[in-house]
Design a protein around this ligand. Structure first.
Ligand code: PLP
Length: 501
């Protein structure tokens, strides 16, 4: 072997600086012009594959300068930008610039936040971030917690903690062999995000163990129906385990009656989990509704910094009231780990609090954003998003061809209804679903603005969810006109086909 090693992957400091500045220049150009580009150019998979080429792994490497220039061009010309002021699809936050720089910094230090000894500062930054997140949403700050990849993982971590705490045998050792044929029940509403199916499936219950509780007119869990269902299940010898409430449903932003659900859980000693992936951060508002204040009553809460804290993907956070419940659900002590500290000054080792072993420094971007904006900054930004969604709702009502449906937190739903079409009968409703689905497709491919959809009592509606600090009044005011324009054009084409006129 050569005495002097020249690893292909190394970049000398002078060169690194040049490359780094160039990348930062390209990022800056992208960010400063983001308002003037389309939200997406909606390439098909085949078009993207063509851009990348289909050749095998290159035998020879490439100059990093050319590689990085090519790559930033590829990305900035062909991506969907959720940082665009008119991106309101699904629930994705606009990434905070300080988080972008944070990821750069985090990768440089590259701490392994599985164990304190490998990541002293990063571990404590993560712990502080978790405490601040709990504080923001009014949850006890001495809770256990861990940052994970997103809302799904945060909910799964809480679910596993509930499973361990509530099943009456050692499920981690025996699995469901210990169940002695009993039925175990998990209660939630049909508005719950699909993570619940994944959780019931992955952790041994099966999706048949989910009791889908009906919702009221506001799409909130019907708490008296919940109480009745639990009593019926008990009478039949079943074992109710946990109830999942939602703080900000993914469809319409509905917040369940958390205080009342908590009382039902207390009465029957059930674990009370709240999925606050989207909506929990709205609890920071001084005028937050009482149901959001009741987050403090939950045994566990899942939140999603990459939504309303505007941190770049990926960042979710699981909070579990009793730290020991989290540790009991995940900790093993293999003989090859020697991570104990001194009495009274014990280290936090995050590998014991979640499914991951090696873990990245995802806390840094969250911590930086929290410190840059502060509590007041978030009150203002989240408040503005909520006001803008309400403004959109009010705008939509002004248009005779638009039917406003719901406005909850920062989600507004509506649909296009041609002025000369009478909604209500079955055929017209079927047509309206089809028409609005087509409108959404055109909207998502057009790049002028980006929405997604919800299905409300069988009706397909357009849905704008604003978790975007770049969105302005002018942006939301543009949406109704865009939808009406697309709707008119498509109706002209589709109606004769549908109604045979
Ligand atoms: C977004 C969302 C999830 C899933 O979160 P991911 O970050 O996409 O994994 C779960 N529940 C609710 C209510 C959500 O809004």
């Amino acid at each position: 072997m050569n005495k002097k090693r020249k690893p292909q992957i190394e970049i000398e400091p002078k060169e690194f600086k040049k490359l780094g500045y160039r990348v930062v220049d390209q990022i800056t150009r992208h960010l400063s012009g983001i308002r003037d580009v389309r939200v997406t150019n909606a390439l098909s998979p085949r078009q993207v594959r063509k851009l990348l080429g289909t050749g095998p792994l290159p035998r020879k490497g490439m100059e990093p300068a050319r590689l990085l220039t090519q790559t930033s061009e590829l990305l900035f010309k062909n991506s969907l930008f959720n940082g665009h002021p008119r991106f309101w699809g699904y629930i994705s936050g606009s990434p905070a610039p300080v988080g972008i720089l944070g990821d750069f910094l985090a990768s440089t230090v590259n701490p392994n936040v599985g164990a304190f000894i490998l990541s002293p500062v990063a571990t404590e930054i993560e712990s502080q971030t978790i405490r601040w997140i709990a504080e923001m949403i009014g949850y006890p700050t001495d809770c256990g917690g861990i940052l994970v990849s997103g809302g799904n993982m945060a909910n799964l971590v809480c679910f596993v903690s509930a499973r361990k705490a509530k099943l009456g045998w050692d499920v981690r050792k025996q699995g469901f062999h210990g169940s002695q044929g009993k039925r175990y029940w998990i209660y939630t509403s049909a508005e719950t995000h699909t993570w619940i199916q994944k959780a019931a499936d992955l952790f041994g219950f099966g999706t048949d163990s989910i009791r889908w509780i009906p919702v009221d007119n506001g799409l909130r869990m019907d708490v008296s129906a919940l109480g009745r269902r639990i009593k019926d299940d008990l009478a039949e010898g079943g074992v109710p385990l946990m109830v999942i409430g939602t703080a900000g449903s993914v469809g319409t932003g509905a917040v369940d009656a958390l205080r009342e659900i908590s009382a039902v859980c207390k009465e029957h000693s059930l674990w009370f989990h709240v999925d606050g992936a989207y909506g929990a951060f709205a609890a920071v508002m001084p005028d937050a509704p009482d149901d959001l204040k009741a987050l403090s009553l939950a045994d566990s809460v899942a939140v999603d910094p990459h939504k309303w804290l505007y941190t770049p993907l990926e960042a979710g956070c699981a909070l579990v009231r009793k730290t020991q419940d989290l540790i009991d659900a995940f900790s093993y002590h293999p003989p090859y780990y020697k991570f104990e500290g001194e009495e009274g000054d014990e280290p936090t080792n995050y590998y014991e609090r979640g499914p991951q072993n090696s873990r990245g420094f995802r806390a840094l971007k969250v911590w930086l954003a929290l410190r840059q904006a502060g509590r007041e900054g978030y009150e203002r930004m989240i408040g503005d998003d909520i006001r803008l969604a309400k403004h959109l709702f009010d705008q939509v009502k002004e248009y005779p061809e638009l039917e406003a449906f719901t406005n909850g937190l920062s989600i507004t739903t509506f649909r296009y209804v041609p002025s000369d079409l009478k909604a209500g009968d079955e055929k017209a409703e079927k047509y309206l679903n089809k028409l609005n689905e087509e409108i959404l497709g055109h909207l998502q491919h057009g790049g002028e603005a980006f929405c997604s959809n919800a299905l409300i009592r069988g009706k397909f509606v357009l849905r704008a969810c604003i978790v975007n600090f770049r969105t302005t009044e002018e942006d939301v005011e543009a949406l109704p006109d865009i939808v009406v324009r697309i709707g008119k054009k498509l109706d002209k084409k589709l109606r004769p086909m549908e109604f045979g006129q």
